[in-house]
Design a protein around this ligand. Structure first.
Ligand code: MG
Ligand code: MG
Length: 255
C-alpha cells in the first residue's frame, strides 16, 4: 500500500467526497441506533447495504480484494476484534464493545469512516478506551494542515494513546482515500513529528486510530479477515475521511 500515489483533489471533487461522506455518516448513525443486545451483526449489515443503495451509492467494502473478496457491507469487530470482523449470525450482548466500519462509493468517490460503542453497560476500562480512541482521532485531524507532515499526525495519535498505556498496531494504518479506497499517503497511528510527506490542500485521508489495551501486536483469525489483538485484550477504532485545505481540515464523513 505504501507506494500508492497521492491524488490531489480539487474543490468540486472534495464536495463530491463530502456527499459520499454524508451517506456514510447516515449509515453509521442508523447502525448506531440499532446496536443493542440480541441483534445480529448480519442484521446491521443488511440495513447498511440497503441504506447505501437507497441513497444512490454502492458499498465500498463488498468484494474488496483480499484473501477472498470481502463478503459484506460493514466490518463489525467485537471486543478483542480490532478491525475487519465479518458480519454474521453472532448476536451482540450486554457489555460488548463493538466497532463498525463502513465505506460508501458515490459518484465515483469513496467515503470511509468508523465508530466504536458499548452495548448497554460497559466496564470503566472499556469506556476509557472509547474516549481515548475517539479523542486521538480528533487530535490527529487537528494536525491535518498545510505546513505539517504526516508524522505530525501520526505522532499526535501515538503519544496521546500511549499516555494512557494503550497501544496502536503497526500493521494497519490510515490511508489516502478518493476514487480508490486505499491511496497514498499511508498515515500510521505511530510516528515521529516532522517526518513524512508534507500535507497540502487537496490531500484526502481516512484517518483511523485503532487502539488496543494490552499490546501493539495483532493476529488474523482463521476467517482470514478478522484482525484481533494478539493478547485478546479490548480494542476500539474510530475513523473519519478528512480533506486538508488552506485552512481548517474538512471532516468529509461528518453528518
Ligand atoms: Mg474504514
Ligand atoms: Mg480506512
Amino acid at each position: 500500500m505504501s507506494d500508492r500515489p497521492i491524488v490531489i483533489k480539487n474543490p468540486p471533487e472534495i464536495e463530491t467526497m463530502r456527499e459520499a461522506g454524508r451517506v456514510n455518516a447516515l449509515v453509521l448513525k442508523t447502525v448506531r441506533e440499532m446496536v443493542s443486545p440480541g441483534i445480529t451483526t448480519q442484521e446491521l449489515d443488511a440495513v447498511a447495504e440497503e441504506l447505501i443503495r437507497k441513497n444512490g451509492g454502492k458499498p465500498a467494502f463488498k468484494n474488496y480484494p483480499g484473501p477472498y473478496p470481502y463478503p459484506a457491507t460493514l466490518t463489525i469487530s467485537i471486543n478483542e476484534e480490532l478491525v475487519h470482523g465479518i458480519p454474521g449470525k453472532r448476536e451482540l450482548k450486554e457489555g460488548d464493545l463493538v466497532s463498525v466500519d463502513c465505506g460508501t462509493v458515490l459518484d465515483g468517490f469513496v467515503a470511509d469512516s468508523a465508530f466504536s460503542m458499548g452495548v448497554g453497560e460497559i466496564s470503566t476500562q472499556a469506556q476509557q478506551l472509547l474516549e481515548v480512541t475517539e479523542k486521538a482521532l480528533y487530535l490527529g485531524i487537528d494536525k491535518m494542515r498545510p505546513g505539517n507532515r504526516v508524522g505530525d499526525v501520526s505522532a499526535a495519535i501515538q503519544q496521546f494513546v500511549e499516555g494512557y498505556n494503550f497501544h496502536v498496531p503497526r500493521e494497519y494504518t490510515g490511508h489516502g482515500v478518493g476514487r480508490n479506497m486505499h491511496e497514498g499517503p499511508l498515515v500510521p497511528n505511530f510516528g515521529v513529528s516532522g517526518r513524512g510527506i508534507p500535507l497540502r490542500p487537496g490531500i484526502t485521508v481516512a484517518l483511523e486510530p485503532m487502539v488496543m489495551v494490552g499490546t501493539h501486536r495483532t493476529r488474523v483469525l482463521d476467517d482470514q479477515w478478522t484482525v484481533i489483538s494478539a493478547d485478546r485484550s479490548l480494542t476500539a477504532h474510530f475513523e473519519h475521511s478528512v480533506a486538508v485545505t488552506e485552512d481548517e481540515p474538512i471532516i468529509l464523513t461528518a453528518q
